[in-house]
Design a protein around this ligand. Structure first.
Ligand code: PLP
Length: 361
C-alpha cells in the first residue's frame, strides 16, 4: 500500500529528487562532490537570504542543526530566554537549558494554540533582560506561526542574540536572515524545501561566528562549527556525509530556484488559505488564533482524530495527529513542499466524506 503523505514532513519528493538520490556514490573529497556541495551551499544561502551570513550543511536531522547552534553559540555569560508554544517550542527550551548556566535561564511556555504575541515577548525581554533568545518560527506540532521578524527586532532592540528554529517555516513564509539580523537559524530539508529527510542547515551571522570563536572549547566533537566553517571554504563536509542526501538536496534546491523563492512562499500562502477555506466549510474546530496560523500545516482540535486518520488511511492518505499530550486530540493536515491545490482538493474531498461518516468533527 502506497500512502500519499499529507503529514508535515517528511514530504513526498519529486521523481527527479528520488532519481538524484540513487546516483552512484562519488568520493566526498573529489571534484564531483565539490560541485554538488557548492550548489547546495550557494543555494541555501539564497534560500535564507544570507548573503553576509554563512550557512553550514549537515547530513543529520534538523534536531542536530538546532543542537549545534545552541551548544556553540550560548556562552557561559549568557542570560538565556527561550519561548515555546508547541512541542517543538518545549524542545527548544529544554535544548537551550542544557547549555545555559544554572540561574541564567528562563523558559516562557505559552499555551498551546496561542501565538507568541510581540507585546508579551517584549515584556518578557524587559523583565528577564536576556542576552540570548531562542524561539521556534513555525511550530509544526501546534501549527502556530510566530512573528519572527518582530521577535528579531525586539531581540535587536534589547541587544540580545537570536537563535531560531525554522525547520518548517523556511520556504513557506518570508524569512530574511541578513535583513532581520537573526543570529543563528536552523532548518531542515524534508519540509518546505521538498528535499530528503536527514539533511539540515544552520545559518550563522558574524555575531554567531564571533560567539563560536569565543568558546573556550567546542561543546561537541561532531558539532564543532569551527570545523564546518573551515571545510565549507573547500566545499566539503568535515566527515563522510550522506552522499544521497546531498544529491537529493541539490536537485530539490534546483527545483526551488526554478520555481523562485517568492513564488514558493506565495504558493504556500495560497495552499494554507485553500485548506483553511475547505476546513471552514466542514465546520472544522480551528484552535490557532487568526494571524498566527502556519502556512505549512493546519491543526484542528478534534477527539475524532484517530478515527479520521484511520478512515483516511483506508483511502490511502496519511494525515497526522497531534504531538505529545495532543496526539489523539488534534488532526494535522500538511500543505507544504510539492503539494498543490489539486492534490489537496482530492484529499480534502476524502476528508469531508470521512467527517460525515464519523458524524462530524
Ligand atoms: C519546528 C521543528 N523543529 C524541529 C524539528 C526536528 O527536525 P528533525 O525531525 O529533522 O530532527 C521538526 C521536525 O518535525 C520541526 O517541525
Amino acid at each position: 500500500l502506497t500512502l500519499e503523505l499529507y503529514i508535515p514532513g517528511p514530504v513526498m519528493l519529486s521523481a527527479k529528487v528520488n532519481e538524484a538520490m540513487s546516483k552512484p556514490v562519488v568520493s566526498h573529497r573529489g571534484d564531483a562532490f565539490h560541485k554538488v556541495f557548492s550548489n547546495c551551499h550557494e543555494g541555501m544561502k539564497t534560500v535564507y537570504g544570507a548573503k553576509d551570513g554563512e550557512v553550514l550543511l549537515f547530513s543529520v536531522p534538523g534536531t542536530g542543526a538546532i543542537d549545534a547552534a545552541l551548544a556553540n553559540t550560548i556562552l557561559d555569560s549568557d542570560r538565556v530566554l527561550a519561548f515555546g508554544n508547541g512541542d517543538f517550542g518545549r524542545r527548544i527550551c529544554e535544548n537551550a537549558q542544557l547549555y545555559a548556566k544554572v540561574g541564567q535561564f528562563k523558559a516562557v511556555q505559552v499555551e498551546n494554540g496561542k501565538g507568541l504575541h510581540i507585546e508579551q515577548v517584549r515584556k518578557e525581554i524587559d523583565e528577564f533582560k536576556p542576552t540570548y533568545i531562542a524561539v521556534v518560527h513555525n511550530d509544526t506540532a501546534s501549527t502556530v506561526l510566530n512573528p519572527l521578524k518582530e521577535i528579531a527586532k525586539a531581540a535587536q532592540d534589547a541587544g540580545a542574540f537570536l537563535m531560531a528554529d525554522s525547520v518548517s517555516g523556511l520556504g513557506s513564509t518570508p524569512l530574511e536572515f541578513d535583513a532581520w539580523k537573526i543570529g543563528a537559524c536552523a532548518s531542515a530539508s524534508q519540509k518546505c524545501i521538498a528535499g530528503p529527510a536527514g539533511m539540515s542547515f544552520l545559518a550563522l551571522n558574524a555575531d554567531a561566528i564571533g560567539r563560536i570563536s569565543k568558546q573556550p572549547k567546542p561543546r561537541s566533537y561532531y558539532f564543532d562549527p569551527k570545523k564546518y566553517l573551515s571545510y565549507v571554504q573547500k566545499n566539503e563536509h568535515p566527515n563522510t556525509p550522506s552522499l544521497a542526501g546531498f544529491f537529493g538536496l541539490e536537485q530539490a534546491i534546483a527545483e526551488l530556484a526554478d520555481e523562485g523563492m517568492d513564488a514558493r512562499i506565495e504558493r504556500h500562502e495560497k495552499m494554507a488559505q485553500y485548506v483553511a477555506g475547505r476546513l471552514e466549510k466542514m465546520n472544522a474546530p480551528f484552535f490557532i488564533e487568526q494571524g498566527y496560523r502556519s502556512r505549512s500545516v493546519t491543526g484542528i482540535k478534534t477527539d475524532k482524530s484517530p478515527a479520521l486518520r484511520a478512515k483516511m488511511k483506508q483511502q490511502e492518505y496519511l494525515l497526522s495527529g497531534g504531538m505529545g499530550d495532543h496526539k489523539d486530540k488534534v488532526l494535522r493536515v500538511a500543505h507544504m513542499a510539492n503539494m498543490n491545490e489539486q492534490g489537496l482538493g482530492k484529499m480534502l474531498d476524502s476528508l469531508e466524506a470521512s467527517v460525515k461518516e464519523v458524524g462530524g468533527f
